[in-house]
Design a protein around this ligand. Structure first.
Ligand code: SER
Length: 329
């Protein structure tokens, strides 16, 4: 794969998108066949920002700003190689045990199920989900999209909420939900469960369609692949940490926030939550400002203003004064 530098957090030439949300954003014209890529196989580590997650930042895993590692096939390889490459990278290069890896697939994607089994992930660790979890895109009002398959890391049954659900039982529930429109009542643990057992590591998108602003889907010039692996979550798994904030990517900023506030991390839930908000938003603001965003009343300027204000609010709970954000940044 040809290494491509991260693009700016401000998307270039895409008025439908406020901020860069994924590695594929800078490659949208390649997938659509509008411009010719420098290679049919690309890879990048992309600065990404997600506004829907602002109000949940402070938990163990969500960030507004994160770095997304990805490999991309522009009409070159498809599902089989994408699955094989991801498993090889996680087990061989990163050294994760294969029996800790679970796969999710789109409700009707029998081909992906066969390929995961062929690659050595047994049926009992393959779970099907619907549009909400296993269909990706488009980014913005239009663009490529398709069914996806995610790799989740199992942190161990002791972190879970109880016995695992049988994959077939979950599939039956979700198919009924789709047919009847009545929300399924899911009892039992599974890779997308809200408990702390699983971490979603990597999303493999099998890009097949271009969705226009009227939501019409037409086939892409060629089936393609877009993957996204969160650097921060990968670091947490590799460093054996239960949150991204305890990894070496965030810990020096946490220590600085503790030093400025006189608080310690790891003793009190509310203090830890506030420290995580302050630290994440300080880092994210620095990246936004570095890419040219200025606080304002609308658009991306308003996003920056929101996270600065949220950081200040939580900072006050820690007894910090306003200049602390500049110190952390
Ligand atoms: N675009 C997909 C995502 O953001 C994979 O990179 O999850």
């Amino acid at each position: 794969h040809l290494r491509v530098a991260s693009s700016s957090l401000i998307p270039v030439g895409d008025p439908t998108l406020l901020l860069t949300t994924a590695g594929m954003v800078q490659f949208k014209p390649y997938f659509a066949g509008d411009t010719t890529p420098p290679s049919l196989r690309l890879t990048s580590s992309q600065k990404s920002f997600r506004t829907p997650d602002i109000d949940i930042v402070g938990d163990a895993t969500h960030n507004t700003m994160f770095e997304m590692l990805g490999n991309f096939s522009i009409g070159d390889y498809f599902k089989e190689e994408a699955i094989a490459f991801a498993l090889e990278f996680l087990t061989h290069n990163m050294g994760l045990p294969k029996d800790r890896l679970y796969a999710t697939i789109y409700l009707d994607d029998d081909e992906a199920r066969e390929l995961w089994i062929q690659a050595g992930v047994p049926d009992e660790r393959i779970f099907r989900f619907g549009d909400q979890d296993n269909w990706w895109g488009p980014a913005g009002l239009e663009g490529p999209c398709g069914p996806c398959s995610e790799i989740h890391y199992d942190g161990g049954a002791e972190k879970g909420c109880g016995p695992m659900l049988e994959p077939d039982a979950l599939t039956a529930l979700l198919r009924e939900e789709r047919d009847t429109g009545v929300e399924a009542v899911i009892q039992g643990c599974h890779p997308n469960c809200d408990c702390e057992r699983f971490v979603e590591l990597w999303n493999l998108v099998f890009m097949q369609f271009y969705q226009d602003p009227q939501r019409n889907r037409t086939p892409l010039p060629a089936p393609s692949v877009d993957t996204g692996l969160g650097l921060e979550r990968m670091a947490a798994v590799l460093q054996g940490k239960s949150s991204v904030y305890e990894t070496d990517l965030f810990w020096p900023i946490v220590e600085k926030a503790c030093q400025l506030s006189g608080k310690t991390y790891g003793h009190d839930h509310e203090t830890d939550y506030a420290l995580r908000v302050v630290v994440e938003h300080a880092r994210a603001s620095s990246f936004l400002i570095g890419d040219g965003v200025v606080p304002g009343n609308e658009g991306r300027g308003y996003v920056l203003r929101r996270i600065i204000r949220r950081a200040i609010r939580y900072g006050r709970r820690l007894g910090l004064d306003q200049p602390f954000l500049a110190e952390l940044a």
